[in-house]
Design a protein around this ligand. Structure first.
Ligand SMILES: Cc1ncc(COP(=O)(O)O)c(C=O)c1O
Length: 398
């Protein structure tokens, strides 16, 4: 076999409608192709300041400690846990999907005694259930919750959950990896103590950075730790010194990813945060209407459906992997398969950031209609409107 590494890199142009990464706008890609400067160059300090300022706007926070971690979302989960949790601390993690499970796993690795509150997949975390659960525990240091569960397509009411967590006197750790930039997120108004996200979803940059923000109260907890933060790389006090204060070297910043994030955030500011959130809502409404017109079932609880990510039940008798492969090979469209309990049972359709466009909804619905009818699936258009017509009717409503 001859190796291919001497060939020029030519990745296919995919329409990214999976759970992330999402499509990256050419402006963001161009920003990445601008000159590398040193991580201690004053010109880069300005880029860093711009990024932090815009991140504060996106999180709706005044937290000084707001910066992008050099990692993907999982790195931010680690950073949140490893800085807040000390060995022997008790925490509670609300699990209603795959990423809640991951958060609990990471908390346990930090030496915490982890209590779990499980909610069935497809359902939102219920504030009253949390209140009742918290009565069974004393001295919890933190409660972790996933705002937008990407494995199930469910949005939990974080603002209500944070109130319940604070009634109990614990810190609220919120995973906003799939919600930030695609759903409302008001960190300060809702009183969230620690919130993190990732660049490759609704923020519209490639994977590689993970914004995180900590309230003053949360930073006090970090400052008053008895034990050293176990991770050197994710030690927030040191990262803060580089990003916000003395510009002390900690690690070599991923310069060009930071350019990308700056440009992606600049595009968000141009569009306006409210407009962007409404765009995500509009296209998701169209997708949901089209999917239902095709006779397929949505998996997430009504009233708690995510806009950036829609979960659809794979129809009986349809080969999940084959359909996704055909979408990729014949239409250049990527959607995601199910994770964990939903493996083989769900399609995860992302409309995030630049991918959240009407034209992508039409392209996907048409492709699905064609593939599924060839697979013997009887496409059942509700009220005789085609899936695309359904979507158009919905777009018209907004
Ligand atoms: C809700 C949620 N949390 C955490 C992660 C982990 O992020 P990453 O894959 O960027 O490490 C993801 C990734 O999809 C996610 O959807």
């Amino acid at each position: 076999m001859t190796s291919s590494y001497m060939n020029e890199l030519q990745p296919p142009q995919r329409v990214l409608l999976g759970p992330g990464p999402s499509t990256v706008h050419p402006r963001v890609l161009q920003a990445m192709a601008t000159p590398v400067v040193g991580h201690l160059d004053p010109a880069f300090f300005q880029v860093m300041d711009d990024v932090c300022e815009m991140l504060r706007e996106v999180f709706h926070t005044n937290n000084t400690m707001t910066l992008p971690i050099s990692a993907t979302g999982t790195g931010a989960m680690e950073a949140a846990c490893v800085n807040i949790i000390e060995p022997g601390d008790s925490v509670l993690i609300c699990r209603n999907g795959y990423f809640g499970i991951r958060l609990a796993d990471i908390a346990e690795r930090c030496g915490a005694t982890v209590h779990l509150m499980d909610t069935p997949w497809g359902k939102a975390v219920d504030p009253q259930m949390l209140r009742d659960e918290l009565k069974k525990h004393s001295g919890l240091k933190a409660v972790g919750v996933v705002h937008a569960e990407t494995s199930t397509g469910v949005l939990s009411s974080v603002n209500e959950l944070v109130d319940v967590i604070h009634e109990h006197g614990a810190l609220a750790i919120v995973d906003a990896v799939t919600s930030l930039g695609g759903h409302e997120m008001r960190m300060d108004d809702w009183g969230i103590d620690i919130c993190y996200s990732a660049t490759q979803k609704c923020l519209g940059a490639p994977p590689g950075l993970a914004p995180i923000s900590l309230s003053g109260a949360a930073m006090d907890v970090v400052s008053n730790r008895k034990s050293k933060v176990q991770s050197f790389y994710f030690n927030l006090k040191d990262l803060e010194a580089y990003w916000n204060e003395t510009r002390a070297y900690h690690h070599t910043s991923p310069i060009n990813m930071t350019y990308a994030l700056r440009e992606a955030l600049r595009m968000m500011m141009e569009e306006g945060l409210e407009n962007r959130i409404q765009r995500h809502a509009r296209v998701a409404d169209g997708l949901r209407a089209g999917v239902e017109a095709l006779g397929m079932t949505l998996l997430a609880e009504e009233g708690h459906r995510l806009n950036p990510l829609t979960t659809v039940s794979v129809p009986e008798g349809i080969d999940d992997a084959k359909v996704r492969r055909t979408l990729l090979d014949d239409y250049d469209i990527e959607i995601g398969g199910g994770l964990g309990e939903f493996r083989g049972k769900a399609w995860r359709i992302g409309l995030m950031g630049e991918s959240a466009r009407e034209k992508n909804v039409f392209a996907l619905l048409s492709a699905l209609e064609s593939i599924l009818s060839k697979e013997g699936y009887e496409v059942a258009f509700g009220a005789s409107l085609s899936a695309a017509q359904r979507a158009i009717a919905t777009f018209g409503d907004n």
